[in-house]
Write a protein that binds this ligand. Sequence first.
Ligand code: AMP
Length: 228
Amino acid sequence: MSSIRQIIIFLGAPGSGKGTLSRMCVDKLDWKQLSTGDLCRQHVQAGTEIGKEIDFTLKSGTLVRDSVIIDMVAQWLATQVQDADSVILDGFPRTVVQARSFIAMMDGSFENVTLKVYQLIVPDSEIVKRLSSRVVCSNKECQAIYSERLLGSSEWHTKKCDVCGHSLVKRNDDTVEKIHARLVNYHHHIEQLLEYYRNIGCQVIDINADVPTEEIFQEILYYERITQ
Ligand code: AMP
């Protein structure tokens, strides 16, 4: 029997801070994080058959097929969340097809679990700045996130990850061209997703994410207290 009390979706453009905020929630609240982007990159690194297809998609800045993502999520939920109180979905669902499948999964396996959506709102101009200066840990099991703007644009190459000590790299989908493609994709799907959540009566809480992560975290804590 699963002990999950709630599943929380962090909805937001790439670079809106979902990953960094998720890690803070994992560290400070002991929540569990599922990042479909991290899972995709782990498949690519492992060189699996599906990893080869994902690699091609990641390089184009488009979305991985819904069925591939849904299978990954189902497998992760079945094996990774035994004793978690709250589970964060970071970067999933990204399409209405994924959202529908996920709700069906919940109906089957997580019937008394609360579903909540936090929408992280950041202007596109800031997203482009953040992603073009983003640096990540090269260890695919870690993938901690840093900013070239904070580390120093000529020094970040020499720095190591604070979490696991591996070197830092730029993600190959964080180029200006691919950032724009990913933003177009995001805007294409977001209105439909919001409408879907409204239609099924799922609460969507808007958060201004154009502020430091600690402030976003405090706002999440506030909502967690009043929506218990
Ligand atoms: P992220 O790390 O969340 O920015 O995701 C990186 C890339 O992984 C995306 O640009 C997509 O190609 C792929 N990806 C991650 N999550 C999903 C998803 N839920 N649906 C489709 N593609 C995804």
